[in-house]
Design a protein around this ligand. Sequence first.
Ligand code: FES
Length: 520
Amino acid sequence: MEQQNKNFSDDTSSLWRDTVHLPVFSSLKENKTTDTLVVGAGITGITAAYMLAKSGVPVMLIDADRIAGGTSGNTTAKITAQHGLIYDHLIRTIGEEKAGLYYQANKEALHWMGKHVSDRGIQCDYEIQPAVVYATTEQEEKQIEKEKEAYDRLGILGSMAHSIDLPLEIKNAIIMPGQAQFHPLMYLHELLADLVKLNVPIFEETLATDIQDPKSEPLVMTKQGFGIRCQHVLTCSHFPFYDNRFYFSRMFPERSYLIACETAGDPPDGMYISAGAPKRSIRGLRLNHKNYLLIGGENHKTGRGESMAVHYQRLAEFASVHFGLETAAAHWSAQDFTTLDQVPYIGRLANNNPRILVAAGFHKWGMTTGTLAAQLMTDLVLERVNSYAELFSPARFEAAPMLASFLVENMKTAGQLIKGKVSKPAPLDDHLQRDCGMIASLHGRKVGAYRDKHGDLTVVDATCPHMGCEVNWNQDERTWDCPCHGSRFKANGEVLDGPAKESLALLFSESDHQSKTQNT
Ligand code: FES
């Protein structure tokens, strides 16, 4: 599995996935009825299903793909309330009281997870660790000083340092003690086992496409044409599958990258992240009698980055220069959504409809945020008071301070739309290499062409079915990525990530396998 850092293989499976086999569930093949349907089986959906089932609510869990197939299986797996340098920002944008609530909500989620691991005796390499943000420039140094002032105002336990337990030259750092790291799939494996024991029906490869009767008794329709009648729907999918509130214009998608390098000695204690760019996220890992250093970063808007290989190479260079690590045991990437004010959307999709709840926009901090979202949505279903409901309410979009961010993000999106429309790709010819893709023109039409490892060509319409932007080819993931709102598609056009619900139109395929896949 190990590879020289200069030569990353095509295998982008995470170390988490390589070391845990999650159970397999069949797809839904009939109509169903339940009280609460949870859509999306990552940490948010699985935890919400667990909390609801433990409270006696009949619940069902479905996922469009495989269990934990999205961000939960590709995370850095830090469980922390230290979300980079966020508290000074939050005090300035949403005020001290709400910034304090944000901290409390995440701290409670951290404690819930720690207690759950301890009470249930879950073996998931859970370790208490300090979380650290470090500065390497004078500007970042000042930002960290401001963050410490924010900690003090909010009563957050934290300390300053001028050196850290890593071979990096830093200006200063802020440390939040008592945070944690773990193996996310070992943790979810146990939660899933509990769901099975609680008789919660679970279905994989069951794509929810629409909700009928959303205000009375919602009927969630699947791509296969089956319906699930319920009282509440929790949309915990990466992107809300039911989007009548224009979430696509209120969040922006980013991709980020991780490499895992085996180390000779013990990995360092602590979970680190750089204050500035280029973003570097670092933590140690002991797994199956081996030690690793995980190094992440290189964030960029989906569909707008350089070749993915460049991002892995930069992380590899960082590992080599600072840690003398020349080989990576694994490398992978993740996609995350960030909201306009960096506070996730958790709560009712619309204020006047208590039946459809949403959790999205975790800003790369999904372990704690996913857990607090599960608790908040559980409380809403059970009509219990939750102190954080207003803070995370998706309805806060109406607030004026967010409008500036809204306009800026949508101007950028409009720019991508125009850029895609005016670009003139080269004609499709026979020079496309095996296992490569490209945007090309074919009979005056803009198409995406991919030639697989056997030499078979697949051609799709390059126009994203969501709102008409032109997709770009992602060579490392072999996907078509939309730069406007982050939809992603397989090489044969099948949709992987929303907001798009439809596939890219398949124009031509020489591959029998791909043709069959398209027709199923
Ligand atoms: Fe919105 Fe592609 S995701 S246009």
